[in-house]
Ligand binder design. Structure first.
Ligand SMILES: Nc1ccn([C@@H]2O[C@H](COP(=O)(O)OP(=O)(O)OP(=O)(O)O)[C@@H](O)[C@H]2O)c(=O)n1
Ligand SMILES: C[C@](O)(CO)[C@H](O)COP(=O)(O)O
Length: 376
């Protein structure tokens, strides 16, 4: 079975105002369209993005992405037809059609529609109407409409691909949605449970509502790091980027900055991207004596590329000597500088191990770190 999603994004969003089509306006740290696209990635085999011919920047931006791009029609149905057309010949069996203006759709809703398509030719989420419905003349209520059996329609609306293509070919136009097109062609449409959070951004006030919904859907990652370096001859150690005078030095392939290594590994850990040894193998001579700032910068850049911001770092050094306290403010400032963070986002503290174990015998220094990353 091959599945596809068509995200119709060629509308002008006139009711939402703002001077820019609503799908390109910011919402909770990214654009409306970015949220919507992300919701379908990994859920279906192909994602089609239907774009207005006027949205030059979007065409350029998504050109090299895995998305299939096609141009919009004069109305929503025209855009859907173009999306269906571009999937022709790709052996798609089931297709989901979704408004770009619904960025809060959940993976559960998407999966429920896909599952329902195993038994029905068409399926869509709907919410039973719970408010009383009035008829109104100007600003005066003229009556109450029976709400029994009424549902509010949502997207994604899912269909067997060949059937919805045929239904759109014979439909005269003017349909509110693809369910109407399908029903006009005699298809049975199953309702799956809709989601009150799956709102369509339509009017200006809907942005604040969507932000509130997305705000409760944060992606927070934690990672831990641990490192040890042994003492050898020397007259200083480098800890968290700061040169500290000492009667011994730490041994290592790089500058042996045990604190910065633990922090770097904590960031890689939060991203599930291995560890320093994987990115900078000790067998590679180019990293001999390297400043550990290179490793930390790489981890921070990787976090940015994967869409994460570092929220805070906590690093603990375990040693009897040198004493860390006097140098901790400089260590925090240096690591904050490298990571582009504020000083209060970086903690460096120390403990002895009560003269126990290798750190207690001053054979080396150990370090532990925790990193908290938040999807931006
Ligand atoms: N020619 C069109 C018109 C609409 N749409 C899309 O169809 C969905 C319908 O939602 P709606 O709120 O009606 O979007 P707009 O048409 O953009 O909004 P408005 O009517 O306020 O201008 C949106 O994802 C919109 O981008 C489309 O792809 N092509
Ligand atoms: C398809 C739809 O999202 C179902 O609720 C809706 O009909 C599309 O938006 P519009 O405001 O009716 O154009």
């Amino acid at each position: 079975m091959t599945t596809a999603a068509i995200i119709v994004a060629a509308g002008r969003g006139l009711r939402a105002g703002g001077g820019v089509p609503k799908q390109w306006r910011p919402l909770a740290g990214r654009r409306v369209a970015d949220w919507t696209i992300k919701r379908f990635c990994g859920q279906v085999d192909h994602v089609v993005l239907v774009l207005s011919e006027d949205d030059d920047d979007a065409w350029a931006e998504f050109q090299d992405s895995p998305l299939i791009l096609t141009k919009g029609g004069r109305d929503r149905a025209g855009s859907v037809r173009n999306g269906l057309q571009v999937l022709d010949g790709m052996s798609v069996t089931n297709v989901l059609i979704h408004d770009v203006a619904r960025p809060c759709v959940s993976s559960e809703t998407i999966q429920q529609v896909l599952t329902a398509l195993q038994e029905h030719p068409a399926a869509a989420p709907g919410l039973a109407v719970t408010d009383a419905l009035w008829t109104v003349d100007g600003s005066v209520v003229t009556g109450t409409q029976d709400r029994a059996g009424l549902f509010a329609a949502q997207t994604p609306q899912g269909f067997h691909y060949d059937s919805i293509v045929a239904a759109h070919k014979t439909h005269p136009g003017g349909a509110a949605d693809d369910v109407e097109v399908a029903r006009a062609a005699g298809m049975d449409v199953a309702i799956v449970q809709g989601d009150a959070d799956n709102i369509k951004i339509t009017r200006p006030e809907d942005f604040a509502r969507a932000e509130r919904i997305l705000g409760t859907d944060m992606d927070v990652r934690l990672g831990n790091g641990y490192d040890v370096h042994r003492f050898g001859d020397g007259d200083h150690v480098i800890l968290c980027g700061v040169k500290v005078p000492h009667d011994r030095s730490l041994q290592g392939h790089s500058d042996a900055d045990v604190g910065m290594h633990a922090v770097t590994d904590a960031i890689y850990g939060a991203l599930a991207q291995g560890d320093i040894g994987q990115h900078f193998p000790p067998s590679d001579p180019q990293w001999k004596g390297a400043a550990s700032e290179i490793f930390l910068r790489h981890a921070v850049e990787l976090a940015g590329q994967m869409g994460y911001c570092i929220s805070n770092i906590d690093c603990t050094l375990v040693c009897e000597f040198p004493k860390i306290g006097p140098h901790a403010p400089a260590m925090r400032a240096e690591m904050a500088r490298i990571m582009g963070l504020h000083g209060d986002q970086v903690s460096v503290k120390a403990t002895t191990s009560e003269r126990l174990g290798f750190t207690g015998r001053s054979e080396g220094i150990a370090s532990l770190a925790t990193a908290c990353l938040v999807k931006s």
